[in-house]
Every structure is written in structure tokens, then in C-alpha cells.
Design a protein around this ligand. Structure first.
Ligand SMILES: C[S@@+](CC[C@H](N)C(=O)[O-])C[C@H]1O[C@@H](n2cnc3c(N)ncnc32)[C@H](O)[C@@H]1O
Length: 298
């Protein structure tokens, strides 16, 4: 099992995603002899997991069942243990595309946080790229490094425990892209410029507040970045359901056709049922602004 490559069968030491429903998933490290409790009963790792194919339906001790899924960055983002605020698929999709990440890309990131974005970036840049991720909180840095090893992507990532605003990314002129998700990104812009290759590259900064964006844009311009652009990604999820609508009563086609004492035919009680997509009344709110910029050939 690796977060960047698919395996057929579950092995001891793998991290699997237990799927109870779309809103209820959690990761489990597979260990011979261990058990995991769910609301449907226990899952016995040796019997129910090891050797089974990924995607199997597993019956728990109380008779209910779960699916055991191969981990992916998408599933990790919705099931990981939160140590910080994290980035979700809507922003991650825009970030990885606008940073032009591809196999072989070298990326610098800060902070690592809970590693939600890191896992998606690692899948983009595997098998030959590298991620340098900087986190100044010691325990978060250690935990992220441990998870990268467990997820078999440790060879693709270097975790540095330092303050990116003071000490930068620990590399210079190697990065195709830099990503910032820290409270004062404008203080790290100079280090982003140092990290990016001489041929140029892309930078992205995520900030919840527009005042942070203003300061970051000013710093980007001051350090020679071009094509500075800020955007916000909002997701509208439509609900598909059946609706029954009354047909408009336009009166009888021909009242003369009604028999003596008989009411003329009417469409009043007619209705039509159809499948339709309903726009959400409420939407997930603002997450943050994404500011992108390009460092051109030096
Ligand atoms: C919001 S979290 C990042 C979440 C991450 N993007 C994810 O998707 O999981 C911000 C992280 O940046 C770290 N951080 C804040 N300022 C920093 C700095 N100057 N240098 C390094 N890390 C920093 C914090 O400790 C925190 O873990």
C-alpha cells in the first residue's frame, strides 16, 4: 500500500480507510491480532483485513458491514486526524492545477499542518518529484513525518522543523512551485523567491482574510513576482431528487364537450413527477483567498 500507488490486497502495516458511509470514514493501521471497534461491531485485523482485496465488504461482529478502501489523498483529507485547520478538495484542486504540479515537480510548502494538502501534492509529483515542507510546531512536524513514512511516501518528502519566515525552506533555486498557508505569508515571500528555480516558477498563498491578501500581494510585487491574481473557490453541490409539480389548470379544452350536468374536464388535479437537481439553499461558507503569482526567468 502506498498513497501514490494502488495495491490489490491488504497487508500488515497498511493504512486502510474504513467506510461506514459518505459522512463517516476513518483510517486504521492494520496490525495482526488487533481489533477495531465500529458501531456495527468489531473488525478483526488478522481475519477480516489481512489478505483481503481492497474494496471488500467486511461483516463486523454485530452483523453490520463496512467497506475497506485503499487510501487516497481525497479519502485522507476527509478522514485524517485534525491537528490544525486543513485545506479541502475544492481549494486543493485549484492549487495543484494553478501551480502546474506534475510528476517530477519540486515543491516547497509551509506550514505542513495536518498534511491534507501535502498528500495531494505528493501524488501529483510522484514518482520523481520532491516536497520540502516546513512546520515550526515540533510535534506537528514529527507527526507529519511519521505519517508520510507510514503512507510509503517518505522518500518523496523532507519535513523541516523551522520558522519559514526566519529560516526559509532550507533549499535554494530548486523549486518549481511554492505554497504558503501561514498567518503572515508576506514575511515568507522573500524565501519563496530564493527557493524557486532560476528559470522561474509559481507561488500560491492561502489566507482567510483580505488584509493578509493585500500585504501578500504587496510583498509579491516588491520581490518581482508577476501575474499576481487572487481568487476564491466556492462549491455549489446540487441535490438530485424527485419532485411532483401540479400542472397549471388552464380550463377545459372544449366546454361544449361536457355532458348534461357534467363538469367540464379539468387539469386541476393533474401533476407531473420528474427527477431534478435542486440548488442548495445554503452553501459552505468562505474558506480563504488563493493568491497566485509567477516568478519569471531571472
Ligand atoms: C492552517 S495549518 C496548514 C494546514 C495545511 N495546509 C493542511 O492542509 O493540512 C498552518 C500551519 O502552519 C504552521 N505555521 C505557522 N506559521 C509558521 C511559520 N512561520 N513557519 C512554519 N510553520 C508555520 C502552523 O504551526 C500550522 O501547523
Amino acid at each position: 500500500m502506498s498513497f501514490v500507488e494502488y495495491s490489490e490486497c491488504i497487508q500488515e502495516g497498511d493504512v486502510v480507510i474504513i467506510f461506514l458511509g459518505h459522512e463517516s470514514m476513518f483510517p486504521v493501521k492494520v496490525q495482526a491480532g488487533a481489533q477495531t471497534q465500529t458501531r456495527y461491531g468489531a473488525i478483526r485485523h488478522s481475519v477480516d483485513l489481512i489478505g483481503r482485496r481492497y474494496g471488500s465488504k467486511v461483516t463486523c461482529s454485530k452483523g453490520g458491514w463496512v467497506y475497506v478502501l485503499h487510501p487516497t489523498p481525497e479519502l485522507w483529507t476527509v478522514s485524517l486526524p485534525h491537528r490544525t485547520q486543513i485545506l479541502y478538495a475544492t481549494d486543493i484542486a485549484m492549487i495543484t492545477m494553478m501551480l502546474e504540479l506534475k510528476p517530477g515537480s519540486v515543491v516547497c510548502e509551509s506550514g505542513t499542518g495536518s498534511g491534507s494538502l501535502s498528500h495531494s501534492m505528493l501524488r501529483c509529483i510522484a514518482p520523481t518529484g520532491h516536497l520540502y515542507t516546513v512546520e515550526f510546531h515540533q510535534q506537528r512536524a514529527d507527526k507529519a513525518a511519521e505519517e508520510f513514512r507510514e503512507h510509503k511516501v517518505g522518500h518523496l518528502v523532507t519535513v523541516l522543523n523551522q520558522d519559514v519566515c526566519k529560516d526559509g525552506f532550507g533549499v535554494s533555486a530548486v523549486a518549481d512551485a511554492v505554497f504558503l498557508d501561514i498567518p503572515s505569508p508576506w514575511e515568507a515571500v522573500v524565501h519563496a523567491r530564493t527557493a524557486i528555480k532560476k528559470q522561474g516558477g509559481r507561488v500560491c498563498s492561502f489566507s482567510p482574510c483580505i488584509e493578509q491578501v493585500q500585504r501578500t500581494c504587496a510583498a509579491l510585487a516588491e520581490h518581482g513576482f508577476q501575474e499576481i491574481c487572487t481568487l476564491e473557490v466556492l462549491l455549489r453541490l446540487y441535490d438530485v431528487r424527485s419532485v411532483t409539480l401540479p400542472l397549471a389548470d388552464l380550463g377545459p379544452d372544449d366546454p361544449a364537450q361536457a355532458g348534461p350536468g357534467e363538469a367540464p374536464p379539468s387539469a386541476a388535479s393533474a401533476a407531473v413527477t420528474c427527477r431534478t437537481a435542486i440548488a442548495p439553499r445554503e452553501m459552505a461558507g468562505h474558506t480563504g483567498y488563493l493568491t497566485f503569482a509567477t516568478k519569471s526567468l531571472a
